[in-house]
Design a binder for this molecule. Structure first.
Ligand code: AGP
Length: 592
């Protein structure tokens, strides 16, 4: 899940500072190491282990001159995070430079063969075979484009590659398979990157090269070549996201900015109601629905199952994308497979989409308009959260939920539920307004080694998502549980050292969840409840009580009750001295 960028500027200037600015915007894709290679009469490379700011402080990318170059920020997969494993990689003659995102399954065999043929390796990455293969084919007489094409014929796995050579110093070229890549242009020049936020400061007209195509960027423009080297004409799409949307705008971290943007994310996604109705009409009748997603998007999908089954009576499954191959065999032409994804680039989900298209109708609910998923699925609903940079999903989750609620309400013809959705932005703002009290509360939880989150019915996915938020950024072990399931095992773990967060909105399941709350209280747990303001029973039985607007009933609660849980995780993370935007070992977009 690395981030890659390449650019060729119309005029010769300080390409280092532009590349550095672009690659900084992709830090959410990985921050184990960073590096740049530029061309100014010769190839210059600077790279090192560490996050972007730290490495730049040491190496100063800004003074790298020339009009073209490539950059990389790494999330280590093959090979430890070290200076040697940082990209870009050069061949031994220092005449070809590449950056790579993805994983190569057969690199070990290729490496062995190249070593036998006298090629040298300095890193333990899979990526270094790419630069050596390109050099090998160029030694055999091919030009850079031909050599890259021949190289990719040897590769098994996923890749987005950007390359240049001092033998043809007027171009950079790029290609991809199962890893994201966009090509874009603006006033300054021509760009290639893993993701849009990288280039928004310079280029907003984009296309996405298809598998097998090679993008050739020169000072005069961009050409896309098919597998036979013939030019393919493509229409560039103008992207409405502004550079400001991907800035912190005075907030300390992206995560807190994005938590604050949640009411807008819901409001803007509610604006998609007509489009969603149109999509529903086009899809027509379906007998069965299956959601496919990962992580936070999987939690949104569980809410989707509960809604669709209870409101519309359509049998609905939810499958984790990486597990789908073990259960996806029974889909048919009357099945609608819904893919939920913030990035629209999650590898596991994309692989299932490829399969699902062969048998069934497919719908993608995605936040990134130009993503692979939005191009591959038959039908698309775009959530309107704007760019999300923090690794922990927040505003894209409530936007996904909003789209799912609209979709479910519309197929069930449930106008009451749809009307209620328009109250949600105000409820969210009220919840965000509790920020200071949750910050004070967080100090009582930052010591914990473990925590449990309990919820029942519509609050069960909220418990899963609350626990995921806590573990991914605070590194506290947390489990989300169906409240009624606790007594089937985990209750054995509950004692006076364990915080238990109980999600208990008003509704039909309230009394049952209250019994679960009392069960954990009886075992001495530190109980923090989230429920309706003024509820005396909750107050009496809880150590702490986050009081929510009492008009929020259980069915609508997932859209709002997640907010205090996000805030709690955010402030506990700060208390523990970590950066909430960059949790260790994680990246925003999982393309492997
Ligand atoms: C959660 O905070 C994570 N960012 C992660 O679980 C994420 O939801 C998952 O990787 C799926 O990503 P997607 O929505 O982009 O497909």
């Amino acid at each position: 899940m690395c981030g890659i960028v390449g650019c060729i500027l119309k005029e010769n200037k300080n390409v280092g500072s532009i590349l550095f600015n672009c690659i900084s915007k992709l830090e959410y894709r990985g921050y184990d190491s960073v590096g740049l290679a530029t061309y100014d009469n010769d190839i210059a490379v600077k790279k090192a282990k560490g996050d972007i700011e730290k490495v730049n402080g040491k190496l100063n990318f800004n003074n790298m001159e020339g009009n073209l170059g490539i950059a990389h920020t790494r999330w280590a997969s093959t090979g430890n995070p070290t200076d040697e494993n940082a990209h870009p990689h050069l061949d031994e003659t220092k005449s070809v430079a590449i950056v790579h995102n993805g994983t190569l399954e057969n690199y070990a065999i290729i490496k062995e063969e190249l070593i036998e043929n006298g090629y040298c390796f300095k890193s333990t990455t899979d990526s270094e075979v790419i630069v050596n293969l390109i050099r090998k084919y160029m030694n055999e007489g091919l030009n850079l484009e031909g050599a890259l094409r021949k190289t990719t014929e040897n590769l098994k796995g996923s890749y987005a590659i950007v390359a240049f050579t001092k033998d043809e110093p007027d171009k950079i070229i790029a290609t991809k398979k199962d890893s994201p890549l966009i090509v874009a242009y603006g006033d300054e020049g021509y760009f290639v990157a893993s993701d849009m936020p990288a280039v928004l400061d310079y280029a907003r007209n984009i296309i996405r090269p298809q598998e097998g195509e090679i993008a050739v960027l020169t000072k005069n423009g961009i050409e896309i070549h098919d597998e036979n080297g013939h030019e393919v004409k493509r229409k560039f799409r103008y992207i409405g996201w502004t550079p400001e949307m991907a800035q912190k705008e005075g907030y300390d971290y992206f995560m807190i900015k994005e938590i604050n943007e949640q009411s807008a994310a819901v409001k803007n996604t509610l604006g998609q109601k007509e489009n969603i109705q149109k999509v529903i009409n086009e899809i027509g009748k379906v007998n069965r629905i299956c959601f496919v997603a990962c992580g936070t998007s999987y939690h949104a999908s569980i809410t989707g199952k509960y809604l669709i089954e209870s409101l519309a009576g359509i049998p609905t499954d939810v499958v984790i994308a990486s597990e789908a191959r073990y259960s996806a065999k029974t889909w048919d032409k009357d099945t609608l497979v819904i893919f939920i994804s913030q990035s629209g680039e999650t590898y596991d989900s994309l692989m299932v989409l490829k399969e699902a298209k062969k048998t069934s109708k497919t719908l993608a609910i995605v936040n990134v308009a130009s993503s692979a998923m939005s191009e591959d699925a038959q039908y698309v609903i775009q959530t309107q959260a704007g760019p999300e940079i923090g690794v922990a999903a927040t505003k894209t989750y409530v936007a996904q939920l909003t789209a799912i609620y609209l979709f479910s309400g519309l197929i069930a013809g449930n106008n009451k539920l749809i009307d209620e959705l328009y109250e949600v932005p105000a409820y969210i703002d009220e919840a965000v307004g509790k920020s200071d009290s949750i910050k004070a509360l967080s100090k009582r939880y930052d010591f914990a080694d473990d925590a449990f989150y309990l919820g029942r019915g519509f609050s069960y996915p909220t418990a899963l998502e609350g626990a995921l938020k806590l573990k991914e950024i605070t590194y506290i072990h947390a489990e989300g549980y169906a409240a009624g399931e606790l007594k089937h095992g985990p209750l054995a773990l509950i004692d006076e050292k364990i915080p238990v967060i109980v999600i208990i909105p008003p509704g039909d399941d309230f009394n049952k969840t209250m019994i679960n709350l009392e069960e954990v209280k009886a075992r001495g747990a530190i109980v923090l409840s989230i429920g309706a303001e003024g509820d005396e029973k909750i107050a009496e039985n809880s150590g702490e009580f986050i009081e929510m607007n009492p008009n929020i009933k259980d069915i609508i609660a997932p859209l709002v009750y997640i907010v205090p849980l996000q805030l709690l995780s955010y402030y506990v993370t700060l208390d523990r001295g970590y950066n909430p935007d960059k949790p260790k070992n994680l990246a925003k977009v999982i393309t492997v």
